[in-house]
Design a protein around this ligand. Structure first.
Ligand code: AR6
Length: 176
């Protein structure tokens, strides 16, 4: 049941390497193969160790907008939620709905795993070319919407790698 006295989840921006965060779950910006790649995906696979790739091989990939969960292996995070963001194609190829689905589905899996703290990277805004200034408000709004449904999650961290992304998220979150 939801009521006004219930504590609401906190959304926070930070600038960090997501592989260092001792949270219940970190989200990986993966590709449909789930077999690793560059960017944050490469960093997560390197830090988690070879066991992660061995488990990912058994998952049969993942569709864009969907997510799959594994253990964190050598990471300080307990779980890794692998989601696949859309490749930016100009904005008319359903990119916004697919990116929103990544956040919602990741939080659904986090809630199923009883995670209380979840950290996201800036999905799709690296190699996949999604403009950060469009992705950030969508990420925040999608997370806020999903948190109404998944009330066990207490904190969502937007883990930015660059100073620019951090400032963008901090400004948007301060606007409420
Ligand atoms: N911690 C936090 N954020 C990071 C880290 C890190 N260690 N490293 C990079 N970022 P990208 P995408 C940021 O390209 O656009 C991979 O090859 C980065 O600065 O990692 O969703 C996959 O296998 C950017 O803000 O992911 C896919 O093929 C954000 O993470 C493809 O890239 C996302 O950039 C996915 O592309």
């Amino acid at each position: 049941m939801h009521n006004a006295s219930q504590p609401r989840a906190t959304l926070r921006a930070l600038q960090a390497d997501i592989t260092t965060l001792p949270v219940d779950a970190i989200v990986n910006a993966a590709n449909t193969s789930l077999l690793g790649g560059g960017g944050v995906d490469g960093a997560i696979h390197r830090a988690a160790g070879a066991e992660l790739l061995a488990v990912c091989r058994t998952l049969n990939g993942c569709q864009t907008g969907d997510a799959k969960i594994t253990a964190g292996f050598r990471l300080p995070a307990r779980h890794i939620i692998h989601t696949v963001g859309p490749i930016w194609r100009g904005g008319k190829a359903n990119e916004a709905a697919l990116l929103a689905a990544c956040y919602r589905r990741s939080l659904e899996l986090a809630a199923d795993a009883k995670a209380k703290t979840v950290a996201f990277p800036c999905i799709s805004t690296g190699v996949y070319g999604y403009p950060p200034e469009l992705a950030a408000p969508l990420a925040i709004n999608s997370a806020r919407d999903a948190l109404k449904e998944f009330s066990g999650i207490q904190e969502v961290l937007f883990c930015c790698f660059s100073r620019e992304d951090f400032e963008l998220y901090a400004r948007l979150l301060a606007q409420g």
